[in-house]
Ligand binder design. Sequence first.
Ligand code: GLU
Ligand code: MG
Length: 435
Amino acid sequence: MAEQELAFIATNDLCAITRGRGMPLAQLDWEAGCGWVPANLGVGAFGKIVEGSPFDATGDLRLVPDERSLARIDGIPGRPPLTVVLADITRTDGSGWQCCPRTFLRHAIRDLEQETGLEVFGAFEHEFTLVTDEPAEPPMSLQAMLRIEPLGSELVGILAGAGLQPENWLAEYGAHQCEVTVAAAGALAAADRAVLLRDIVRNLARARGQQASFAPLLDPGGVGNGVHVHFSLQDTAGTPVMYDAARPGLLSEAAGSFAAGIIRHARALLAFTAASEVSYLRLVPHRWSVTHAFLGGNNREAMLRLCPTIGIGGRDPAGQLNLEFRAADATGNAWLVMGMLIRAGLEGIRQRLPAPAVMDRPIEEIREDEQRCAGIVRLPASLPEALVALEEDPVVSGWLAPELLQVQRALKLDELRRLEGLDEVEKCRRYAGVY
Ligand code: GLU
Ligand code: MG
């Protein structure tokens, strides 16, 4: 019998796991999608419905596909092509479900546009590691890249075919660590791409007999896998409005306030951007990650980094300037991460917050009184601390429906309980098995 080409309608949950249902592509119902169940949002990273989830055996929802997200994944060795379409979770009458992470982002985009006439344009930059005991090639080397072949070429081809617009593919600093970047797009498309990319990479590696892991850290002494979220602001005509040569840091007034909003709410945001227990083993000094919330220029340990613009050939910096949020990893839901950054930035614009000071020095060289003056705060050093920071920030928790907050808390407490008593090596191993 001939194979039927499948479609998969998908959401991505609070543990950043893509779940959904498949059907023959020809039968995909674009209007009403497929059935879904509230309790699914209460399934934890380790595969069990967690205690304390507000959802029980009752209730029905729909996964309503968004055609704009359609990606045909073709070219994974030994696997047939698959069409994946990302969905918003709705009630059965089509009205939005208050706990849908993608709807959260869509509403954040809508509110930013309505209140300010601005849009976010962005891209998620992903690092991941191929899990193996073999000796590693030199970091960033051609030899390291060649060793991974044909996986790299296949990956770039599959991403391009799926419409994800791959840009750079490289062997990163860590042993067997890779990085892949895709072109910037509108905020929703950028987050959709992040959702799809992670499973495309994992699946391709699996088809090649390897394991690719996006876990923030694979072993406590190793190099972290970050997710860096690049973003800039545009007006609705697509004109960049990030750059102002007359202002410190070259950030326009709106961009400065947007950045300041993110910094102000960063402690609470981490509960979503660094969503696992081992996320905080990565967020320590001297890992090129982040410990404090501040804006940095030439500083890869800043939470928000002003990315350099290129003047070669007389290129215009205005369309290039973007900020990079470095305190995220792939245990966070990409829609929520982007939605949270937009909500926090919008809050900064509403409050007309002044642009943050640009810090070019390593954080340990910035005296405490200077830090205080510049509004630099220490980020949570653990997941429990981030959960408390979320509770203590009524602005951030006010963006989320009470049930969403409740299920997120239940999921995270369950994760912490399951890992209790294990050493760091084992905790990393458990997360590597999921992410
Ligand atoms: N691997 C680092 C991280 O955990 C980032 C290195 C880089 O700047 O690309 O975020
Ligand atoms: Mg990198």
